[in-house]
Design a protein around this ligand. Structure first.
Ligand code: PRP
Ligand code: URA
Length: 209
């Protein structure tokens, strides 16, 4: 697990957490934060050697290996992180998973799925701002591994220790990396991250009802 330790990330997270921050600013901050986190998250992205000629001399560089990475935002709130991730890896493809957590049982259900059927050998990046109980992320990881993915990196703005432990226990020795902007204190009795930022989907897009 990587917890990003950078003053700019902490600064932007502080603005994001503030309950007086309006949705328009919240969306911009989430977008900027994911680009900063993506830099850490893509440290092990697969590349292959690539020969080029500069105006001065031939040289060996690298390009992204095929198949290109797959980015999977978990709807709704993960959508707020998609553009920032694609900005860093414009040639990545995108698959979608729609999940909602029952606020009483805290169990996630999948209401939409648009992923390539075959993810054999694929590097996947799951985006979800909130890792609370871990139920949603665990379900997403299972979906992706069931289709043959090679490894999964989950990028979350905030995580709770309870959720991190649940994800670690569920994935076992499979190749999963967690990249967090902050590891917060705990979950409260309603399954919300403390201090957290509230309901990420509502803060991005308004109350769903
Ligand atoms: C939020 C969040 C995560 C999930 C985290 O989504 O975006 O997907 O809760 O909770 P968990 O770790 O306990 O599963 P929510 O269900 O509120 O849906 P939304 O994104 O549509 O608002
Ligand atoms: N989902 C959210 O949006 N926020 C939390 O704190 C927990 C789950």
């Amino acid at each position: 697990m990587i917890v990003a330790d950078h003053p700019l990330i902490t600064h932007k997270l502080t603005m994001l957490r503030d309950k007086s921050t309006p949705s328009s600013v919240f969306r911009k901050l989430a977008d900027e934060l994911v680009t900063l986190l993506a830099y850490e998250a893509t440290r092990d992205v697969r590349v292959i050697p690539h020969h080029i000629e500069t105006p001065v001399a031939p040289t060996e560089g690298v390009i992204l290996a095929e198949p290109h990475p797959l980015i999977v935002p978990i709807l709704r709130a993960g959508l707020g992180m998609l553009d920032g991730m694609l900005r860093l890896m414009p040639s990545a493809e995108t698959g979608f998973l729609g999940m909602v957590r029952d606020e009483q049982t805290l169990q996630p259900t999948v209401y939409a799925e648009r992923l390539p059927a075959d993810l054999t050998g694929r590097q996947c990046y799951v985006l979800d701002p909130m890792l609370a109980t871990g139920g949603s992320l665990i379900a997403a990881i299972e979906y992706i591994f069931d289709r043959g993915a090679k490894d999964v990196t989950a990028v979350c703005l905030l995580g709770a220790p309870e959720g991190v432990e649940a994800v670690k226990a569920a994935v076992g020795n499979r190749d999963v990396t967690l990249v967090l902007g902050s590891l917060d204190e705990r979950l409260n009795e309603h399954g919300y991250i403390v201090p957290g930022l509230g309901d990420a989907g509502d803060r991005l897009y308004g109350v769903a009802g």
